[in-house]
Write a protein that binds this ligand. Structure first.
Ligand code: GCU
Length: 434
């Protein structure tokens, strides 16, 4: 009797291992419930779905070359994302100015030069303003390629450098308070990027607009013309539209600063800020490379896949409805009605290099769903003679595929692990020069 039980248990374990290898290298997980909506973590229960074809124009014609993609299809897809998911992109503001209050100072024991700039978005210095902190390698004379990181932390909390001016951050009570101390986090790993000869910049997303439902009144949206950007419209901008807009304004500054090669700026962010960098890179073709880490639902993971977080979870009014255009709500009950999906968002980065970083235990973000989106974005990259992942087999954790599309699933959960930095440097070296 005992032997039989053991045998059954053994069979179950084998089946479990085989099915998880075949499907995705990710083991199943018991279901959960978030905002009253069940969360599926069983690959076999994902169900069937059909992805819209990125390479068919609205009038039904096929997109056969890069020219048609760039001139016609790219714009159509951007409009679909604006109308249905992220909302319209804020218009340019007229009175933007820069205050470079720290220029090329010595930092990190002489290994780097530090620059700090405040971007003022209006004539009123008390209105929303954005602090940019960046480092360039100490001994470079030429403009350097740079990694621009959008962070959850004020600059003075993000790095271990006493020369950084203390910023402000939005606390849990939705108050803007001085960013004293470092908080519980480890400082950002700036050194591997500088050692590779690149610059590194960081900004705090809350400077652009704070991350809560009423945050719009304190950020960029408080400055835009309400007649043209009415928050009542179904395609009114959500937070992602605004944070992405802010990233482009940092690039505007880099175009004016001779220490940075603005044609070789990569953008990177984790989680909700991973979603932000994809949309920023999709909208603004000046960004040379896009690196979303664990961006998950409404980022790089397919929304049509019922695995981990879904639109019903993310866009719930009890959670993050304000991140999106009001119309995104229409797709919570059935994501198949959404005219776009993550593979089309990733296609918008083509022909520029795109590196997806995920984690094998970050099931909420659906790492396999990100892989599948990258696979479905490949034909768009191919139009430009660029290489996608060139496989339909999900690589195991720790094994990077680095082409023009890159995919790396680290062994670990949501967020970054130290090995991610090595993969990022390698990917930058492949595409941005050494
Ligand atoms: C929540 C949210 C995710 C998001 C994450 C984050 O978990 O559901 O979609 O990516 O927060 O930004 O940390």
């Amino acid at each position: 009797m005992r032997n039989r039980t053991f045998f059954h248990l053994f069979l179950l374990v084998v089946l479990f291992l085989v099915s998880s290898t075949v499907f995705s290298q990710i083991t199943d997980f018991p279901p959960d419930t978030v905002v009253g909506v069940p969360v599926n973590y069983t690959e076999a229960h994902v169900g069937k779905y059909t992805l819209p074809d990125p390479l068919v124009l609205a009038d039904g014609q096929d997109v056969e070359n890069a020219d048609t993609w760039m001139k016609k299809r790219r714009g159509e897809i951007i409009t679909l994302f604006e109308q249905n998911q992220f909302g319209t992109t804020p218009a340019m503001l007229k009175n933007i100015r820069y205050d470079v209050f720290d220029h090329q100072s010595t930092a990190f024991d002489g290994k780097a030069k530090r620059t700090q700039v405040t971007i003022y978005f209006s004539k009123d210095a008390n209105e929303p303003k954005l602090d940019v902190l960046f480092y360039t390698p100490a001994h470079t004379m030429k403009p350097v390629p740079l990694l621009l990181y959008i962070s959850f932390r004020a600059n003075s909390m993000a790095v271990d450098d006493p020369g950084v001016r203390q910023g402000y951050y939005w606390n849990r009570e939705h108050k803007r308070v001085p960013a004293t101390g470092k908080g519980p986090w480890k400082p950002l790993e700036v050194q591997p990027i500088l050692d590779a000869g690149y610059g590194f910049a960081t900004i705090y997303y809350g400077d652009i607009e704070p991350d809560f439902a009423e945050g719009a009144q304190y950020g960029i949206r408080s400055l835009v013309d309400k007649n043209t950007d009415s928050p009542e419209q179904p395609d009114a901008s959500g937070s992602f539209a605004v944070w992405s807009w802010g990233l482009s304004r940092v690039l505007d500054y880099f175009e004016k600063d001779k220490s940075v090669d603005a044609k070789r700026v990569a953008i990177m962010g984790v989680s909700r800020l991973g979603k932000t960098v994809i949309w920023a890179g999709a909208l603004d073709e000046r960004f040379a490379m896009v690196i979303p880490v664990c961006s998950g639902e409404s980022g790089a993971a397919l929304s049509r896949r019922n695995y981990g977080e879904t639109i019903a979870h993310i866009a719930s009014p009890k959670r993050y409805a304000y991140w999106f255009a009001p119309r995104y709500q229409d797709y919570a009950a059935d994501p198949n009605l959404l005219p776009v999906d993550a593979h089309m968002l990733l296609s918008l980065i083509a022909p520029r290099p795109l590196l997806l970083i995920t984690g094998n235990t970050d099931k909420w973000s659906d790492p396999y769903g990100e892989f599948l989106a990258a696979v479905a974005a490949e034909p768009t990259f191919n139009l430009f003679g660029k290489k996608g992942l060139q496989t339909k087999n999900h690589p195991p954790a720790g094994e990077a595929i680095l082409h023009d599309i890159g995919y790396y699933m680290h062994d670990g959960g949501h967020g970054m692990v130290p090995e991610d930095w090595q993969v990022i440097v390698e990917f930058m070296q492949m595409h941005l020069g050494k």
